[in-house]
Every structure is written in C-alpha cells, then in structure tokens.
Design a binder for this molecule. Structure first.
Ligand code: HEC
Ligand code: HEC
Length: 408
C-alpha cells in the first residue's frame, strides 16, 4: 500500500521535472526507497547472482530500455545458464507497469467493468506466478537463466556481497540464519524495488501529458487519429484487450485488461531453438495457459494457445514482440493484426499451395483463436479493417506511450 502512496505523489509531479530527476539524481533512491527496496536495487544489478557470474536481472531487463531486453539485442529468446549458451523459450517482457498486476484467476474480473469473468492476471506470458516475489524466485533458480542451483547458493552469494550489511539492516542481525527465510526476503526485496522505484512506473510519456491535460501533451493529427483507431471497435479495437481506461487500485491507462487471448500467431521457426520440427512438421508447441501444471489436459483444452495481453506502454522501443518473438518491428505487428485474415499468405508459410494458417497451435485447438476485431475471421481478399494510413497513425500513437518524453 505504502508504495502506491509514493507513486501517486510522484505522479502529481510535473512529468518534465520527474524525467529530469530520474536522469540526474540517483542518490534520491537512498532517501525514498525502503531498506528492502534498496536491497532489491542491489540484487537487481548483481551479476554475481548467476552461475555464469555475468547475468543480473538487468541483463535481460535493461533499465535503458524500460526494463525490456536491450535495444541492441534482437534475439527472440535469451541465452543463460553456466556459459550463457542455454536458450530460454519466450521473449523478455518489460517490467514497467507491473505494480497493479492482479494475481491469476480462471475467472478474473475485467477492469473494463463489462466483460464477463475470464482468465486474467498473473506474471509471465502464461500467468503462472502470482507475485513479483515468486517470479524472482523462479528466475534465480531457472537452469537456463540465472541458474543458481539452490536457494542456499543464492543466500551465500548475498551474504558475501558488498551489500550484506544493508541486508542485515533491512532484515535484522539474524537475517542469514535461516536459508528459507533469507531467500524469501531476497525475493521480497526484489519485489519491493520494482514496486517502489518510480522508474518502473514513471507515467512520463507524451500520452500521460495528453491525458492529464498538461502542457506539451498535444497530440499531432496523426497521433490523435491513431488513438481514435485504437479505440474504435470497428477499426483497431485495440482497447478491447489493451484497455486504456482505469485499471485496479487507482491505476490509469495500463493498456492491458490482463486477459488471456489466443491470437493465432505465425510460428517462429528460426528464433526459438526449442521449437523443434521433424520433416518440416512441428513436434512441440508452446501452448500458453493450458501448459501450466495447474491446468491439466484435456480438461483445460479451452485455454490452449492463450497468452497474457501485455501492456503497450513502452512497446515502441522494443525489437521483439509477442510470446514467440516472431515479429521484430511494430509495423510488422500492426500488419499482422490488419491482414491475418485478409492476406494470410503474408503472415504464414505456404506448403504445397496451402497457407499454413495458425501454424503455431495444433489444429484441434484452433477454435480457441479470437474472432473479434481486428482479427474477426473475414474472408481472404476482403478489405482490411484498417487503411495503410490508419496503420501509420496507430504506430505514431503507440510511440506516444514511451516514457521519458521531453516536450520540444
Ligand atoms: C535470461 C534473461 C532473464 C533474466 C536474467 C531475468 N529475466 Fe525476468 N523474464 C525473462 C523472460 C524471458 C520472461 C518471460 C518468461 C515467460 O513468460 O515464461 C521474464 C519475465 C519476468 C517477469 C514477469 C513480467 C510479466 O509481464 O509478467 C518479471 C517480474 C521478471 N521477469 C523479473 C525479473 C527479475 C526480478 C529478475 C532477476 C532476479 C529477472 N527477471 C531476470 C527473462 C529474464
Ligand atoms: C482480442 C484481444 C486483443 C486485441 C483486440 C488486440 N490485442 Fe494486441 N495483444 C493481445 C495479446 C493476447 C497479445 C499477446 C499475444 C501472444 O504473444 O501470444 C498481444 C500483443 C500485442 C503486441 C506485442 C506486445 C509485446 O509486448 O510483445 C502489440 C504491439 C499489440 N498487441 C498491439 C495491438 C494493437 C495495436 C491492437 C489493435 C490494432 C491490438 N493489439 C489488438 C490481445 C489483443
């Protein structure tokens, strides 16, 4: 709760001032972050917390790219483990605006206030953990990521670190006595850092100036038209899932309703080593929500192919998109939304004259795939939901969601 309080106060600061502060005053953190969050900051940047000795949270979640993978890194999946050679299976999401992400539920309430309860919430592309602390525990031990082997290894590395005394200050003189407690506190500290440090939710985009009626927030004609396309149920309809209204706990404009959807992406055959195929046929699939251990098959088949709707804040600086990293530019993403159904041959491979539509999901689950605008299942060759100009405007609008905007 107290972190929310802190955020709200910062939100009230003029965005320009905030942007300036973020760049200049790193010492500010020491005064405003709780002790736990200060520990979390140290942990977040500590490359020693990996078997390779070279990988910190910040390696994949780069503070210079809104805590998504570095701009220069266009891999669909990152390489981790002892020699930084073991591939992950999904692209790196941004860590911005995760502070009001609710826990997962099959029957989650939708922040839009009208949609029926449906799968929503949770962290990771499939929502399999409920808190930022549990998420941190997973990555510290994941053999293809930080690969620390055991909780005890993580704890002894922290005990030997330069910030061990800070950890003791935060968690008491017995902080290292019990491994389980110490490890839990490490994950809670990482969570506290992400919740409290405003760089994870700065609300400093041009869109924030616009929505707050602030000076410098005038959208260009193109951006304004893009916003209209975004909201229009008969054109982009993006707002149906990337909900721009009020979220939970007083949050605003998170550009997600936390819901799960199957949008039928083309398979990434080159960028994900785990996407094996035999004689040209896929042998394994990332099925999202129904691959979770608590969603056993076949009872959960209705959830196959579904992934979390991500926030679109800071999406414009990314070079890898979607849960399978198949698209590398925002305009390719928008083209996919616009032409998935009208020109499927543009998105999917053609084999023996047949377009392999929805080739990243076994055909028995194709009924799960969305048929709402702009992915409404219209016939090949019919007119697209959006015009070429509307796509350009939409892209211009998405660029207004990038934090750190400085009005000219
Ligand atoms: C090897 C690269 C890598 C490292 C290192 C890494 N992450 Fe991640 N992170 C990812 C990937 C990939 C995902 C998405 C995985 C999935 O959905 O299955 C992710 C997901 C997350 C999420 C969930 C975000 C969401 O939108 O649901 C959080 C939070 C997170 N990481 C925090 C951390 C923290 C904290 C650390 C350090 C303890 C860390 N990560 C280290 C690659 C990494
Ligand atoms: C039916 C719900 C729905 C609608 C409508 C929708 N999206 Fe999405 N969007 C999703 C989901 C779900 C994902 C993640 C899918 C996946 O990776 O499998 C996603 C992913 C994205 C991504 C990639 C983000 C990232 O972090 O990789 C972008 C960009 C995006 N959508 C933009 C848009 C735009 C622009 C529109 C409107 C033209 C739109 N979406 C309409 C549900 C939707």
């Amino acid at each position: 709760m107290y972190s929310k309080f802190f955020n709200l106060q910062c939100f009230k600061l003029p965005a320009l001032l905030l942007t300036g502060m973020m760049g200049m005053v790193s010492g500010v953190n020491a005064q405003t972050l709780s002790l736990a969050a200060q520990v979390g900051e140290k942990l977040f940047f500590d490359t020693n917390l990996s078997s390779s000795g070279q990988m910190a949270c910040s390696t994949c979640h780069d503070p210079n790219n809104h805590y998504a993978q570095p701009v220069s890194n266009t891999l669909a999946v990152q390489l981790g483990g002892p020699n930084l050679k073991l591939p992950g299976s999904r692209p790196v999401p941004t860590l911005t605006y995760k502070d009001n992400n609710p826990p997962y539920s099959d029957l989650a309430t939708n922040p839009d206030g009208v949609s029926t309860n449906a799968p929503g919430g949770g962290f990771f592309w499939d929502g399999r953990v409920d808190t930022l602390a549990d998420q941190a525990a997973a990555v510290l031990l994941n053999p293809v990521e930080m690969d620390n082997g055991s909780q005890a290894n993580v704890v002894s590395k922290v005990q030997a670190a330069s910030y061990a005394s800070l950890f003791i200050e935060a968690y008491g003189s017995n902080a290292f006595a019990d491994t389980t407690t110490a490890f839990n506190n490490i994950t809670v500290a990482l969570q506290a850092y992400q919740l409290e440090d405003t760089s994870f939710h700065p609300y400093s985009s041009k869109y924030d100036l616009y929505i707050g009626n602030k000076i410098g927030g005038n959208l260009t004609a193109s951006e304004a038209n893009g916003l209209a396309v975004f909201m229009d149920p008969n054109r982009g309809n993006c707002n149906a899932c990337h909900f721009a209204g009020a979220g939970f706990n007083g949050s605003v404009g998170l550009f997600t309703d936390f819901s799960y959807e199957a949008i039928g992406l083309p398979r990434n055959t080159t960028g994900i080593p785990g996407n094996k195929s035999l004689l040209g046929l896929a042998t394994s699939y990332d099925m999202g929500l129904c691959s979770r251990s608590d969603h056993p098959m076949p009872a959960s088949s209705q959830y196959c192919g579904m992934f979390k709707t991500p926030t679109l804040r800071n999406v414009a600086t990314r070079n890898v998109f979607f849960h399978n990293g198949q698209f590398k530019t925002l305009s390719d993403v928008l083209n996919f939304y616009n032409t998935r159904d009208t020109s499927p041959q543009n998105s999917y491979p053609t084999v023996n004259g047949v377009v392999q539509k929805f080739n990243d999901l076994p055909s028995r689950y194709h009924g799960n795939i969305d048929t709402q605008m702009p992915l409404d299942g219209r016939a090949p060759g019919s007119s697209t939901p959006m015009t070429a100009q509307e796509l350009l405007d939409l892209e211009a609008f998405l660029n207004t969601l990038t934090d750190g905007y400085v009005a000219p």
